[in-house]
Design a protein around this ligand. Structure first.
Ligand code: PMT
Length: 399
């Protein structure tokens, strides 16, 4: 995945620095060449000897080393890399990067480079949430510095919260994505629902709807094409499973919800399925018999769980971005906006499904994307083109 790529790893001084040793190995496993630079503080946490032995090369530390400078100037050092990675990135080095301070070799390289830079922050939770750190991160992001993490969980300082170094595989995936802009969702996880749900009445009869799954399946494929790890949770359809996507086949709304929850954590959830709002109360275990001259049976319906609202509910498991669909036959935009607010999702794709549109089951779709900032009416497009546009917007939002 990273064959021939040159990664210049800057290790700054935090307790998570020991994880950078594993990062070096994992990058080499993928075929990358790794050169390393330690800040003065990093030497308190990992030894230059260990870093040199693992990276199979010199370790750069001293801005005024005659030997290093005569072999390769420090500006050249940063320019020979394809990507500079700061892992762990402490609050201190982020502050120096934001302020443009070049007070040692690491920060000088970061100021001098013309290559992309990816930072993996790791620090105490209060340092991470401090307004100064958040402002520095915002400044760096606005200059195009890429970030991966931090994660959330128990920390070395006995506290709990955001500030943990992202897991090494996550950093490797972010490095791969940074080096291959055509796969901007590499390292990101997505859950997509698609197709109808089927609510059994008895062993042979059910309530369902006209969804073919074409739109949801196309979205799963489009996200996978951009590098995401996708779980498609699909009701019964006649479609083949999309390439490179994990598919959970379900029938009822309850099964669909359970499969979605099993696929978490995810960075994004897209709910394109036409989920039955009601299931049958007391599903018959035997086929309901039609007695000659008998009255038709009455079926009592009970509400199904709302998958979109459940995934949108605040909490640690909530995907960063939740996208719903609103299938409407009248007052499209007003109803879709109300649905977005009621269900708590971030975006909603308003879909006119009135008679004559052929949206259910057809190949084309005309949608309006409603986000926090406004609405954008797209022209009528093939469902795969709708999916590709939506995947691009998702990649932008998650970058
Ligand atoms: O499958 P195709 O033939 O390609 O057709 C595509 C489509 C028309 C099904 C699709 O584009 C679409 O609009 N999907 C949403 C259909 C729908 O059920 O919309 P809704 O307005 O009833 O529901 C709103 C949202 O809540 C949807 O994201 C739906 O997935 C979700 N929902 C609804 C009920 C429920 N119990 N759980 C849910 O998650």
């Amino acid at each position: 995945m990273l064959a021939g790529k040159k990664v210049f790893l800057i290790i700054s001084g935090g307790i998570a620095a020991y994880k950078s040793l594993d990062l070096i190995r994992r990058l080499q496993d993928q075929g990358a060449t790794v050169r390393c630079c330690l800040t003065a503080n990093a030497k308190e946490f990992v030894t230059p000897m260990a870093v040199s032995a693992l990276s199979r090369g010199p370790v750069y530390m001293d801005q005024f080393s005659l030997k290093d400078e005569s072999e390769m100037g420090h500006i050249e050092l940063s320019r020979q890399a394809d990507l500079l990675v700061v892992a762990p990135a402490t609050a201190n080095i982020l502050a120096r990067m934001a302020a443009g301070i070049a007070d040692e070799l690491a920060t000088t390289l970061l100021l001098a480079t013309d290559k992309p830079v990816l930072a993996a922050p790791a620090m105490n939770v209060r340092m991470w949430t401090h307004a100064a750190t958040q402002a520095n991160v915002a400044t760096l992001k606005s200059r195009g510095i890429l970030f991966v993490g931090p994660g959330e969980g128990p920390m070395a300082c006995n506290e709990y919260g955001p500030g943990r170094l992202a897991e090494v595989p996550e950093i490797v995936a972010a490095i791969a994505a940074a080096l291959d802009p055509r796969r901007p969702l590499a390292g990101k996880r997505a859950v997509v629902t698609s197709g109808p749900t089927v609510e059994p009445i008895d062993p042979v009869r059910f309530i369902a709807n006209r969804s073919s799954g074409k739109q949801g399946h196309a979205i799963a494929a489009a996200l996978a094409a951009l590098g995401a790890e996708v779980t498609l949770v699909s009701g019964p359809t006649a479609l083949a499973d999309p390439e490179g996507v994990t598919v959970a086949h379900v029938e009822s709304a309850r099964e669909m919800l359970a499969a979605c929850q099993a696929a978490l954590p995810a960075d994004v959830a897209v709910c394109a399925a036409a989920v039955a709002d009601w299931g049958v109360d007391g599903i018959a275990t035997q086929k309901i018999k039609k007695e000659p001259g008998g009255a038709p049976p009455s079926i009592r319906l009970v509400p199904n769980p709302d998958i979109l609202a459940t995934l949108s509910a605040p909490g640690a498991a909530r995907p960063r971005l939740v996208v719903g669909f609103a299938a409407e036959t009248e007052n499209l935009i007003a109803h879709a906006q109300a649905k977005r607010a009621r269900k708590g999702c971030d975006w909603i794709v308003a879909n006119d499904v009135s008679i004559g549109t052929g949206t259910f089951g057809g190949d084309a779709n005309q949608v309006t994307l409603i986000t926090e900032t406004g609405s954008d009416a797209w022209p009528a497009l093939d469902k795969r083109a709708v999916a590709a546009r939506l995947a691009d917007r998702i990649a932008e939002a998650l970058s």
